[in-house]
Design a protein around this ligand. Structure first.
Ligand SMILES: C[S@@+](CC[C@H](N)C(=O)[O-])C[C@H]1O[C@@H](n2cnc3c(N)ncnc32)[C@H](O)[C@@H]1O
Ligand code: SF4
Ligand code: SF4
Length: 351
């Protein structure tokens, strides 16, 4: 009898008969690292930080024991759901609604300065609704959905998209991340105010770059304050992103890269495709790099086999490497100044 340990299975070969068991230890490890950590932060910690609900504020922030208990319970439920193929809660998801932008930051995490004019795109409200509905049919809920870009305030129908997502009970929190170069419209402010318990604005602070004369932070903060809309104004230095080219990494290096990546939790929906991150989408759109079948999900196939999507989403969370991570350097702790601009169109090398 010989026993072979594979990624998620243990194969037992007994007198020529092969029996496959789940490698529960490995499976638990991946589920914990790739899914549960993010779920816990977004389900338990994030509401405390953003001070949303009375329950969270009074019980969990003051009582570490209650928080520990909640974590334990959540872990058991999570494991059960994975093992029984149930629909998942998505901890956090970037919904990219455009790759157009008012700035051209050379170290942009979403690789926006790599898109040439003919690859610039903005989602229509019709496609937004269809993609979101298809996705939501395959999951139980989304804790944090971030509307990002490019610059989301350039999108004409942003108010319709906001209202559509904010009123959906399956989405618990909606965020918009903006670079602060465009003011909110009255209608956007009205909607954000109406659903203010669920809405949050992340107003990136690029004022450290003194060359940027187009930043309108004071006016935007006034708009948000006057309409009682919560916002963050983060100013931490950026992470060094490194050059984007195919490093042809082996599997062990790919596992290591993903494990350390600061973007590994920003699962991204982008023009009808569900990817591990916005960089993966950019590499798919801008190069002829061959993705394996289970490394992204095309959610616009018709008719949508929703019952299969939820399994594919689950399987994406069970992966411990993605071949597209070959294009990224091993994440370093080096921090760099925010929003340094480039004038050039940048290129991805896939040779
Ligand atoms: C890709 S941007 C899109 C939204 C908007 N254009 C903006 O700049 O705020 C989303 C977030 O990623 C952050 N970001 C972009 N590049 C980064 C990097 N190299 N390191 C850390 N954060 C980064 C931005 O500051 C922003 O908060
Ligand atoms: S980080 Fe800069 S280039 Fe990238 S989307 Fe935001 S503003 Fe645009
Ligand atoms: S491609 Fe991989 S390493 Fe690069 S940002 Fe995405 S998840 Fe991280």
């Amino acid at each position: 009898m010989n026993i072979v340990k594979e990624k998620q299975h243990i194969c037992l070969n007994f007198l020529g008969i092969k029996i496959k068991f789940l490698n529960l230890k490995k499976l638990k490890y991946i589920i914990y690292r790739r899914y549960f950590k993010s779920l816990y932060i977004n389900n338990c910690i994030y509401p405390i930080i953003s001070r949303r609900t009375f329950m969270q504020r009074c019980i969990f922030s003051k009582n570490k024991f209650a928080l520990k208990l909640k974590k334990k319970f959540l872990w058991k439920v999570t494991l059960f759901k994975f093992l029984t193929n149930a629909k998942l809660e998505i901890p956090v998801m970037d919904f990219n609604i455009t790759n157009k932008c008012t700035l051209k930051c050379k170290d942009c995490g979403s690789l926006i300065p790599f898109y040439p004019e003919d690859k610039k795109w903005t989602i229509t409200f019709e496609d937004f609704k269809k993609d979101l509905d298809t996705f939501l049919n395959s999951v139980n809920s989304i804790y944090r959905m971030k509307l990002i870009g490019g610059e989301p305030l350039m999108v004409k129908d942003l108010d319709l998209m906001l209202e559509y997502s904010l009123k959906n009970k399956k989405i618990k929190n909606v965020e918009i991340t903006t670079n602060g170069t465009i003011l909110f419209t009255d209608n956007q402010l009205k909607i954000l105010n109406k659903y203010r318990r669920k809405a949050l604005i992340v107003l990136s602070d690029y004022s450290s770059n003194k060359d940027l004369k187009c930043l309108k932070y004071e006016q935007i903060i006034n708009q948000l304050d006057n309409n009682k809309i919560k916002f963050l104004h983060p100013r931490d230095n950026w992470f060094e992103r490194g050059d984007i080219y195919n490093r042809k990494k082996d599997i062990q290096s790919l596992i290591k890269t993903l494990k350390r990546c600061w973007q590994r939790d920003c699962i991204a929906l982008f023009d009808g495709q569900y990817h591990i991150c916005t960089r993966s989408f950019a590499i798919h759109r801008l190069t002829d790099f061959k993705f394996s079948e289970n490394e992204y999900i095309d959610i616009r196939i018709s008719p949508p086999p929703t019952e299969k999507f939820h399994k594919r989403i689950r399987n994406m969370f069970l992966k411990d490497y993605f071949s597209v991570c070959s294009f990224c350097q091993d994440p370093s702790k080096i921090r760099i100044p925010r929003a340094i601009q480039t004038k050039e169109l940048l290129f991805i090398d896939n040779t």
